[in-house]
Design a protein around this ligand. Structure first.
Ligand code: GDP
Length: 139
């Protein structure tokens, strides 16, 4: 069934000019990019977005990284988009990621791992609503 997930092309990737390569990868793997914008996150937005990690030792570094360069936030549509994107995204640490996944191809470290993808349908809906209004999503 057609489903939506939320994606971020993270600062390490926008900094290295990889937006087009990652978008080509997404389209080649059957995702439609039905909303997209390049934004510079504020510390407040980054902290709120990653609030689930606020007690982790890397939280401060993660927030600084996320505000260090622009990001591209996206809504992706595909059959089983949430699960499918987690698969092609690869493991959090690029070293552990399967060959051919985005993080294996482009990621630099456990933090600078090039993309974010929602981990459940519920979180996808919350994350999409955090960044996009209904009229900005054109399927
Ligand atoms: P994801 O769902 O695979 O993105 O992983 P998590 O939700 O566990 O972590 C969110 C993000 O925090 C990751 O994508 C990384 O950018 C960062 N991160 C996760 N673990 C670590 C860590 O041990 N150290 C640092 N510096 N960053 C981490």
């Amino acid at each position: 069934m057609k489903e939506r997930t939320f994606s971020i092309i993270k600062p390490d990737a926008t900094q290295r000019n990889l937006t087009g390569k990652i978008n080509a990868f997404l389209e080649e793997h059957g995702f439609r990019i039905i909303a997209q914008k390049r934004i510079h996150l504020s510390r407040r937005e980054a902290s709120q977005f990653y609030a689930v990690h606020k007690d982790r030792p890397f939280f401060g570094e993660l927030v600084e990284y996320m505000v260090s360069q622009p990001v591209v936030v996206q809504v992706l549509e595909a059959d089983d988009a949430v699960t499918k994107y987690r698969e092609v995204m690869g493991a959090t640490n690029p070293k552990d990621a399967t060959d051919g996944t985005i993080r294996k191809l482009f990621g630099e470290s456990i933090e600078r791992n090039s993309v974010h993808g929602s981990d459940s349908k519920e979180n996808a809906a919350i994350e999409i609503a955090f960044f996009f209004s209904g009229t900005e999503i054109v399927g």
